[in-house]
Design a binder for this molecule. Structure first.
Ligand SMILES: Cc1ncc(COP(=O)(O)O)c(C=O)c1O
Length: 411
């Protein structure tokens, strides 16, 4: 008898965005003429930068000739991309990360989901609440949690993030082994200061813990004084892994390219307390289970770091931040409390009511899709998330509809 991994039975519900898609599809079926504007999932809506397209075409042409054809590449990624990423994203900001500490992959979702398999199943895991669901669900699947009860999994440490701490969790009083941090944050759109990250690095050193730092939205930070990478914090290279993605930076959501930084000095421990190199462990895992991102995709990603590419991605992020401003101001005019949307493409709005109820109301009355905060954790109840990834006209139309509906209903 083939028996399933029993931990899958603990998973509370379908993946959040699958549930939303199903509800939207049902609504569309019942209301075929409704012109639904989607501000739920964070999917890019602009074409790839011209620099990437040129590099893509050129490298596809290379595949058309025996002399320049590429077969399997290095599992860790081609040096040209690793070197460009190290230079532009890290050394330029004073963080001493070298190209061979970067592992190119096909997505930060896979990497943030897969990394946990390097750690013991009895590791104590902490996540912020609200949280990007991948961190939680992959630890549930791996058996690192207890059962689901009253909106939470047993055994997980939830770092409550709310208005009182500006949705930025501080290190807990208790020791944990593994902590997921995400800044700029999905879903709340908030950012962490250097002082906060210094406290986290200090905590991780003290408890011999590891920080998994998801910086998928780093390209949206507009204040140079804010840390763009955790490696700007001294000592972070011993206690932190960082995840980056080209998805929201350059529109690679469909093209797929990302990377994970594991400094060679980053430590983890065997049961007897002896040190192990996390870099070597991930390299072992990566070379066993992954065969690299395609050559044309890596060439296209490399072009992000060309002078033209950097200019283009800056203006793409500026465009979406312009959308975010419209959303922010729209809700502020309606008298609602709004977070995020300044260094992030996500806007976190306090609805004051049940977040799935608000989602349904907005869908049925304004034909606008948002993401219910409760889907990101118990602390997300009473909030909804709006994504700024859309055409300007769609954002303006959505906000006009929302204002109409909410003004008529008295919010
Ligand atoms: C915080 C965060 N990390 C990772 C990802 C996934 O990125 P990728 O498209 O590289 O898999 C997302 C996508 O929405 C995200 O919000």
């Amino acid at each position: 008898m083939i028996t399933i991994n029993r931990h899958y039975d603990k998973l509370h519900a379908n993946y959040l965005f699958s549930t939303i898609s199903r509800r939207v599809a049902e609504f569309q079926k019942a209301n075929p003429t409704a012109n639904i504007i989607k501000m739920g999932i964070g999917d890019f809506t602009k074409a790839l930068p011209a620099a990437c397209i040129t590099a893509f075409h050129r490298s596809v042409d290379e595949m058309a000739s025996d002399a320049t054809f590429r077969g399997y590449g290095p599992e860790q990624g081609y040096d040209f991309l690793r070197e460009a990423a190290a230079r532009v994203e890290f050394t330029s900001r004073g963080a001493s990360i070298s190209a061979d500490e970067i592992f190119i992959s096909d997505g930060a979702k896979c990497d943030t989901g897969n990394i946990q398999e390097l750690f013991s199943t009895d590791s104590v895991v902490a996540v912020q609440d609200p949280v990007y669901p991948v961190y939680v669900d992959t630890n549930v699947m791996a058996g690192r949690t207890g059962e689901w009860s009253e909106g939470r999994y047993g055994g997980l440490v939830y770092l409550e993030s709310g208005e009182e701490n500006g949705f930025v969790a501080e290190p807990p009083e208790i020791p944990v082994d593994l902590v997921y941090l995400c800044f700029p944050n999905n879903p709340t759109g908030t950012v962490a200061s250097s002082a906060t990250l210094e406290r986290w690095v200090e905590y991780a050193k003290h408890h011999r813990a590891l920080i998994l730092f998801d910086a998928a939205y780093a390209a949206y930070i507009r204040d140079d004084a804010l840390p763009h990478t955790i490696y700007e914090i001294p000592g972070a290279e011993e206690v932190a892994v960082e995840f980056r993605s080209f998805s929201k930076t350059a529109g690679f959501t469909g093209t797929r390219c990302a990377y994970t930084v594991i400094p060679k000095r980053c430590r983890a421990f065997a049961a007897d307390g002896s040190e192990r190199s996390l870099h070597e462990l991930w390299n072992r895992r990566h070379t066993t289970k992954f065969n690299g991102v395609s050559y044309p995709v890596q060439r296209a990603a490399e072009a992000v770091y060309s002078a033209e590419g950097l200019k283009e991605i800056r203006s793409l992020a500026d465009f979406f931040l312009g959308n975010a401003k419209i959303i922010r101001e729209g809700f502020e005019r309606l008298g609602l409390k709004v977070y995020g949307g300044v260094h992030s493409p996500y806007i976190w709005v306090r609805t004051g009511s049940d977040s799935w109820e608000f989602f349904d109301r907005l869908l049925s009355d304004a034909h606008v899709v948002c993401t219910p905060g409760a889907g990101f954790g118990r602390c997300g109840e009473g909030y909804v998330r709006f994504s700024a990834f859309n055409a300007r006209s769609a954002i303006e139309e959505a906000m006009a509809r929302i204002e109409r509906v909410m003004t008529a209903e008295g919010t």
